[in-house]
Ligand binder design. Sequence first.
Ligand code: XMP
Ligand code: MG
Length: 190
Amino acid sequence: MKNLHPLVKKVLFTREDILKRTKEVTEEIERYYNLEPLADNSLLVVGLLKGCVPFYTDFCMNCNLTMEMDFMVVSSYNGGISSDLDPTVSLDLKTDVRGRDILIVEDIIDTGLTLDYVKNYLFRKGAKSVKILTMLDKPSGRRTDLVPDWSCFTIEPAFIIGYGLDYQEKIRNLPYVAICDTEKLKDWKW
Ligand code: XMP
Ligand code: MG
C-alpha cells in the first residue's frame, strides 16, 4: 500500500480484507436473526461512537435485515492510571429499548468492561435481547468474561489505529487497521 500514515508500524487488515470479512459475518448475523422473528419486526443496531463509524457503516450497508440505527457515547472515567474504570453513558440512545432486539456494533473489545457495562445497561432499560458484533477482538486484554457474539478478527495485544480507532482523536479515517508505531508517539507533533 502506498501513502501509509507515518504512525503505522504494520497494516493488519486492508479495507478489502475488512469488507470481505464483514460480508461473511453479516451473512451469519442475517441467518441468526432470520430464525426468530424480531420484536417490532426490526433490529435496533446500536453503534458506540466514535470508533464504530466506519465498521458500523460497512455492516449496515451489507445487511438485509430491517433495522433502526441509534448511537451511544460511553466514556471510561480515568484516574490517570488506567482508562477502564467505571464506564458512564455520556450520550444516550433516543430510542426506547423496551422489548427490543439490540445488536451493539463496536470497533474493538479489549478489557470488555465497556461492553459489559453497556449490555447490562440495555437489559436494565428493558431490552429483550442484546448481542455484540465487534470488528476486532483483543482477548488477551480481557478483565471480564465477556465474549462477543460475532467478531471479524482476533488480534494480539498492540495499540491499534485506523478504521475508527484513534490516536488523540485523530486518524480514525485511515482506510485500514494498523499497529501503531508507539516509539514515534513520544515526540509526535500533529
Ligand atoms: P474495553 O477495554 O472496555 O474498551 O473493552 C474498549 C474501548 O477501548 C478503546 N480501545 C482502543 N482504542 N486503539 C484505540 O484507539 C486500541 O488499540 C484500543 N483498544 C481499546 C476503544 O475505544 C474501545 O471502544
Ligand atoms: Mg470505541
